[in-house]
Design a protein around this ligand. Structure first.
Ligand SMILES: [Zn+2]
Ligand SMILES: [Zn+2]
Length: 289
């Protein structure tokens, strides 16, 4: 029997000023005729910027849902998608950086809100320098400067109310050299602070990760609830207790995943899809206390 997906041929609002449609549109096109409509009037920066001129209030997932609702208000459509990223030190290895991308999908007709998230590769980093020297060049090589942009500001200012120049979206050495001189001159310690620009259109690593997450969201939307038929049936919880391969005791590793519906209470339990049925004894509290 041929069934038509409830979202076939629908329009989805997207509020972005950072070109995220290039990551989202191809993924959502997996559902026949599903297309994006840009909510150009929504200034997503009002919900906070990476560079801190406007602080974010609320968590990344709350911000993502708020952005999607603004896109719905601006376009009058019933569906919206939005993206939000957060970056910081790696929780296990603080010398490294970690990123998290979130996509929120809101359906006001079915009263459904789906959040997909993914821990990502990122070039998120910063350094300080007086000039374009060898150390600065090593930093630039590491963060992929050129196709990835950087931001420059003074490292230290006497007055927090007057932080001085903030130069964003720099992608060539001439502009970078000028920004470093300008910001170092404004800094009380003579140092300019170089940061990776995390806006998606200036950070191809981030754009690729959003694209991968968009495919994850699209396959979730393609899956209908076996009970009520609402799109978006998928992972809602994990069940720990994968047995140790040596002694059989339950470990903290995932044994099964719980899938659920975003609208009705229907749930189902699935064994790991990687076919791993036992844990390495290194993860066992008994074998490796
Ligand atoms: Zn064990
Ligand atoms: Zn359901």
């Amino acid at each position: 029997m041929l069934t038509v997906h409830p979202y076939a041929g629908t329009q989805v609002a997207l509020a972005t000023r950072h070109g995220k449609q290039q990551a989202l549109a191809p993924a959502l096109a997996r559902i026949p005729g599903m297309s994006l409509v840009l909510a150009d009037d929504v200034d997503t920066d009002q919900l906070g910027t990476f560079t801190g001129e406007i602080p974010r209030s609320g968590s990344a997932s709350e911000t993502a849902v708020r952005k999607a609702r603004l896109a719905i208000e601006a376009t009058g459509l019933g569906l919206a998608v939005s993206s939000e990223g957060s970056f910081g030190p790696h929780p296990v290895a603080p010398m490294l950086s970690a990123g998290q991308e979130i996509l929120a999908f809101v359906d006001t007709v079915r009263d459904v809100c789906i959040l997909e998230r993914r821990t990502t590769k990122t070039n998120f980093s910063h350094t300080t320098t007086r000039r374009l020297d060898e150390a600065a060049d090593a930093f630039l090589a590491r963060v992929g400067f050129g196709d990835h942009a950087v931001i420059v500001r003074p490292h230290s200012t006497a007055d927090a109310q007057a932080p001085g120049p903030l130069v964003k979206g720099i992608q060539n050495r001439a502009d970078l050299d000028a920004a470093i001189s300008q910001c170092a001159a404004h800094s009380t310690d003579g140092l300019a602070r170089l940061e990776t620009d995390m806006r998606a259109h200036l950070n191809p690593t981030r754009m690729r990760e959003i694209s991968a997450l968009a495919h994850q969201l699209a396959s979730r939307l393609a899956t209908l609830c076996p009970d009520c038929g609402t799109p978006g049936y998928g992972l809602v919880d994990r069940e720990p207790g994968l047995p140790c391969g040596a002694c059989g005791d339950p470990t903290r590793l995932t044994r099964a995943t719980i899938h659920g519906c975003a609208r009705c209470p229907h749930r189902s339990r699935h064994l790991r899809d990687d076919n791993q049925r036992s844990a390495d004894p290194t993860f066992c509290d008994y074998c490796n206390p």
